[in-house]
Design a protein. Structure first.
Ligand code: GAL
Length: 782
């Protein structure tokens, strides 16, 4: 997000070889293959692969012509290389970097010639124990390659390395960190823009005699809020030329014992953890997909916070969080293991690299300065905390632990609370977890406690949903919990020690392609955009003893009108069981309503009796308690009914066997208006629903990607969860398919990714299936 006018992206036309030899530095093997960044060192299958397959050393080479000017300096920037990089320019080593999640740069001025230059990068993607997170086991894959962008920046002899902008309460502080080759003073203009419109111009003098300088001004800016995330751009111009540029915003962040406050307003934090990995290409996804994840979290999942577990995410992801108003918990790379002193030094450096890169993002509200779920080690964590405070005294720190009574160096006690097992409390009360009073945030729950596949049976998928509801309910109940961030947004590839044995952790509320499971509705239904999702296909045969006990309707409406075959069954209201949630689910546990009263000849009292018995069987099975038995007996005797006739009543009103048509209709009502409708009925027609997230692919500094989802659906567009229909995918025009072209749906759906190839035009995606023929969708690459 920081940038000057003089940036040359170097993302296309790299030569790549999946092997490394010293001699490649001077003589790169002739390969015809050219790759673009973000690049993965190997494409992986969706699951069941050897996790060692990406752990190797590879080499990249790129030719570069530069109009080198004598009074300028040239800085080569790498946004992310996994995990160790050695960078050579014209065969000379210019520097190296350890750590795949933070950016690095080298001043390459003295190595650059006016002629064609050669950049060579040795990339070690092995799981080196000297680089976090490695040293022991890790529950995710770290993948390999130059997986974020690269660019060359032309700057003056004196230049601004970093600008740290603070704006709140009418005050703007601009802290500039300099690189000064020839200390001097310079007259510059600071311009503040909003939506490209200049709103303020300030004359000032930069003094390069110091390493840094802070400029302070009074200025009235609109505040950045979740609903109206107003962003500003700050530019520094010297003689009409932009020498520095960044986005920023004005807002206050306060953590108190009773929660988190944005602009002095308490915000109940509710969100999910996100891994930045994708099927096949691992981490190597460009800005379009990074941004889509932020959009999914905010709009499809209704979250107000995301934790970038367990490392700093792509800058594009953070840019989008700023733009749409999604809060971020950003943390240093690591997972449970703390290495030796050098490892710790590196980790402290990663905190610095993270903060210098990400300081100006208004969306970030806390820095994670502990290795996720590692043990207490005060000496180390004092250092990571101090490093954070050295650069950012304003933002709070947290450190994610998974045990109680941990020593607190940070500002917020951030805790992974896995107490919930489906039938107990959702969360521990904070006073049972920490020693002293402090702000308190739950940073994980659920996840491995209940892995759930989109092709699991319905009861399992609904159970996952209930667990997310139960924990969020407790997070809302305890006034001293700032909120809770669940594990996790989407399924992800992982090591052999975790997951379901196929190298996938099925912990997401969405699958690995970000297609929602029922549990996602636990989040989405808590937002204010009208929403209703019936978490059932109402197929009794899919349940133990063919008993559907209740149907969860996730909604933010006031109540649900429920009909069976156009017969009104009843109005159902938000469940008292979830009273602490802003929008408790509506639980439908009566499928009979007044049907028996209306369609049978029983007296009202006897119809009540029959209904009570049938509902009891529906919820608890055939073993009736004495009270229900007596009710049944009275009816049998009074109406001289046989057991067979009684059984028919069960079939008719509960089992509903043999009915020509059985249609369940749910109407969501708000302000006495039906705002949404959902029908679940017998399967009549099926089709493949092909949806594209972004029909226009706009290339940025590199290629971009569109996500396509394919769903096997019924006539109401409900996914058919046990379908594994096979499809064959072909693409034409300036696009390429990522991953295999022959696929079986998983849980009735699958995602596809197609990428642009640095050419403009119309791309066509053809989805062939034996059953449905060919479906075509088109994309424009601009
Ligand atoms: C946590 C860990 C996460 C993930 C999760 C699975 O302990 O921090 O990275 O492994 O468990 O539930």
């Amino acid at each position: 997000m920081n940038q000057s006018n003089h940036r040359t992206y170097i993302n296309h036309d790299w030569h790549y070889i999946n092997d490394y030899q010293d001699r490649y530095i001077s003589a790169f093997p002739k390969t015809n293959e050219k790759v673009s960044l973000p690049h993965t060192n190997i494409e992986l299958p969706l699951n069941y692969f050897d996790e060692k397959s990406y752990q190797f050393v590879s080499a990249y080479e790129r030719k570069l012509k530069v109009e080198k000017k004598t009074d300028k300096r040239y800085i080569l920037h790498f946004e992310g290389v996994m995990a160790y990089a050695e960078v050579y320019l014209n065969q000379t080593l210019v520097g190296s970097h350890k750590g795949g999640y933070t950016p690095f740069s080298f001043d390459v001025t003295k190595y650059l010639t006016k002629e064609e230059n050669t950049i060579f990068v040795k990339v070690d993607s092995t799981e080196r124990t000297d680089i976090p997170p490695h040293g022991f086991v890790v529950d995710y894959l770290t993948y390999g390659g130059i997986y974020r962008e690269v660019y060359l920046e032309e700057v003056d002899e004196n230049f601004i390395k970093h600008g740290l902008i603070d704006a709140r309460d009418g005050q703007l502080d601009v802290r500039l960190l300099f690189n000064a080759e020839k200390p001097s003073k310079e007259e510059v203009i600071i311009i503040i823009e909003q939506d490209g419109r200049e709103i303020k111009e300030i004359d000032c003098t930069l003094d390069y005699h110091q390493n840094e300088q802070t400029l302070s001004y009074n200025i009235d800016l609109q505040t950045w809020t979740l609903d109206n995330p107003v962003l500003y751009t700050l530019k520094i111009l010297r003689q009409g030329e932009t020498i520095y540029q960044t986005n920023f915003a004005s807002r206050t962040l306060t953590w108190k014992e009773d929660g988190f406050y944005l602009n002095n307003k308490r915000i109940q934090l509710k969100g999910l953890n996100r891994h930045q990995s994708y099927p096949y290409v691992g981490y190597a996804m460009p800005s379009s997909m990074q941004k889509l994840d932020a959009d999914i979290l905010k709009y499809e999942l209704g979250c107000n916070i995301v934790r970038s577990s367990h490392y700093p995410p792509s800058k594009h992801f953070l840019d989008r969080c700023d733009e749409i108003g999604l809060l971020v918990f950003n943390e240093l790379p690591g997972w449970q293991h703390i290495g030796d002193e050098d490892w710790q030094d590196l980790s402290v450096l990663h905190v610095k690299e993270m903060i210098l890169r990400d300081y100006n993002h208004p969306s970030i509200i806390i820095w994670g300065t502990r290795i996720n779920e590692s043990k207490d080690m005060d000496s180390f964590y004092q250092r990571t905390h101090d490093m954070a405070k050295q650069y950012d005294h304003y933002r709070a720190t947290g450190g994610v632990r998974n045990f109680k009574q941990s020593s607190l160096i940070e500002d917020v006690y951030t805790y992974n609370d896995f107490v919930h097992r489906g039938n107990n409390i959702g969360l521990e009360p904070p006073k049972k977890v920490r020693k002293q009073q402090s702000p308190y945030l739950v940073t994980e729950y659920n996840g491995h406690m209940y892995p759930t596949k989109s092709f699991d049976d319905e009861a399992h998928r609904v159970s996952q949903l209930k667990r997310h509801l139960a924990v969020q309910q407790d997070a809302h109940k305890h006034q001293d919990i700032a909120g809770a961030i669940g594990w996790c947004m989407a399924d992800y590839n992982t090591h052999k020690d975790f997951g379901s044995g196929d190298k996938i952790c099925y912990h997401g509320v969405m699958d690995i392609f970000r297609i929602p499971k029922y549990a996602s509705a636990a989040y989405r239904s808590q937002s204010e955009e009208p929403y209703m999702k019936v978490a059932s296909n109402i197929q009794i045969g899919d349940f133990e003893a063919s008993e559907i006990k209740d149907v969860y309707v996730l909604t933010n409406a006031e109540y649900i009108k429920f009909y069976i075959n156009d017969d009104f069954i009843g109005d159902f209201y938000p469940s008292e069981q979830y009273i602490h949630l802003p929008h408790p689910p509506v639980i439908i546990n009566d499928f009979i309503g007044h049907l028996i009263h209306e369609h049978e000849t029983f007296s009202t009292k006897d119809a009540d009796r029959v209904k009570s018995v049938l509902l009891h069987i529906m919820h608890h099975g055939m073993k009736l308690p004495l009270k229900e038995k007596l009710k049944m007996l009275i009816v049998l005797m009074k109406y001289k009914m046989s057991i067979d006739e009684a059984a028919k009543l069960y079939e008719k009103y509960v089992g509903k066997w043999g009915m020509e048509s059985l249609e369940y209709r749910f109407e969501a009502v708000k302000n006495e208006q039906v705002i949404l409708k959902e029908i679940i009925g017998p399967l009549k027609e099926t089709s493949l629903l092909v949806e594209v997230n972004n029909h226009i692919i706009k290339e940025t500094s590199t290629y971009e990607v569109a996500r396509v989802t394919i769903k096997h659906v019924d006539q109401y567009q409900h996914i058919l969860p046990y379908s594994s229909e096979v499809i064959h995918v072909e693409v034409e025009g300036p696009i390429q398919l990522i991953g295999p072209n022959l696929l079986a749906l998983r849980g009735g759906s699958i995602g596809l990714y197609v990428k642009s190839i640095h050419q403009k035009g119309t791309g066509t995606i053809k989805i062939h299936s034996q059953r449905y023929g060919t479906k075509e969708v088109q994309l424009e690459v601009k």
